[in-house]
Ligand binder design. Structure first.
Ligand code: PAZ
Length: 318
């Protein structure tokens, strides 16, 4: 079966999200407005996908991804002047608010008495500097109109959105980057084979047979986003096979960059793989403890590649 036929069959199994057209238009408008004022574009995908087991979903298969990579990268792309479409798993980490995700926000606040004796909520003095720093950046980004948030939950919603957004970004050719950090399920249950209602435990043990999700890089590179700069991520748990897996993906799909990472060390070290080079990007222990994000290094390295890519695609504008 061709990649295209596989995809048509996949999409036939699912109902598109009701917001799809509206969201596609929002991406189109956002991208046009930002390109008009010279911003390059990046579509970041972030977080894990769910695979529902029932149409009225109570149970689903999930994965570990919390959206650290995507949300942190979004901040660095914004800092470097990009306009960011942040397609993320509902309730996963988001740029800026990620800095407080592990905290109980009530611990940032206390009660104060106004002059008239009434109570009001105020920020604790010791919490103020961190809040102020992040809030300032967040407000600036909001005012600049360079961040568009979009959500998904299930693997099929993710794929419908990705295809629609890739089509919306197609007119912007090499100025659009795809930064595919989401952990997308390789398996799914076709909706025709899903139970309509909550599966009853009284029926005994549950046997599941999941179908294989077609690889999205193939149609993305060949059909949906033919002129864009595409960066995929490859995660493995076995460090001995990661380099070969990343190279294999690049050879197979012929996109621009694979970023490989190993589950246990992903916060400190990744390898950026292109047709001609392999470059390890890592944090020293000191950098890690200072709270530096490896995503800063990833984004800075990618921007160099993206710049060259744009120049090569549009030599007359050099
Ligand atoms: O979301 P997170 O920060 O917890 O994890 C990031 C990641 C490991 C999901 C990402 O770096 C990645 O490798 N994504 C692609 C996974 C894959 O499909 O191989």
């Amino acid at each position: 079966m061709t990649a295209n036929a596989e995809w048509e069959e996949y999409f036939d199994h699912f109902v598109p999200p009701s917001t799809l057209q509206h969201n596609q238009k929002a991406v189109q408008d956002f991208a046009s407005a930002n390109r008009q004022i010279g911003h390059d574009l990046v579509l970041i995908t972030s977080g894990g996908t769910t695979v529902p087991l029932e149409n009225n979903t109570v149970r689903f298969v999930d994965n570990f991804s919390v959206g650290s990579r995507g949300s942190s990268s979004a901040e660095y792309f914004l800092e470097r002047g990009y306009a960011v479409i942040f397609l993320h798993r509902h309730r996963s980490l988001q740029p800026f608010s990620r800095h407080f995700a592990k905290d109980n926000f009530l611990e940032y606040l206390h009660l104060e008495q106004d002059l008239d004796g009434s109570e009001k909520v105020a920020v604790k003095t010791e919490m103020s500097p961190k809040l102020l720093e992040v809030l300032k950046k967040y407000e600036e980004v909001k005012a600049s109109g360079r961040l568009l948030l979009m959500v998904f939950t299930t693997v099929s919603d993710y794929l419908f959105n990705l295809r629609a957004f890739a089509e919306a970004l197609h007119p912007f050719g090499p100025h659009a980057m795809f930064y595919l950090a989401a952990a997308v399920s390789d398996f799914y249950v076709p909706s025709s084979q899903m139970a309509k209602h909550k599966i009853r435990s009284s029926n005994g043990p549950l046997e599941l047979k999941l179908q294989q999700t077609p690889k999205l890089l193939s149609p993305l590179v060949k059909d949906w986003a033919t002129d864009a700069f595409v960066v995929s991520f490859k995660l493995e748990t076995n460090k001995d096979i990661i380099a070969a897996c990343a190279r294999e993906a690049l050879d197979k799909y012929k996109h621009q960059v694979v970023i490989s990472n190993v589950l246990a060390t992903r916060r400190k070290q990744v390898t950026l793989v292109t047709k001609t080079e392999e470059k390890m990007l890592s944090l020293s222990d000191h950098e890690f403890h200072m709270g530096i994000d490896v995503e800063q290094k990833i984004v800075d390295e990618l921007l160099k590649h993206h710049k060259v890519f744009i120049q090569e695609k549009q030599p007359s504008r050099r």
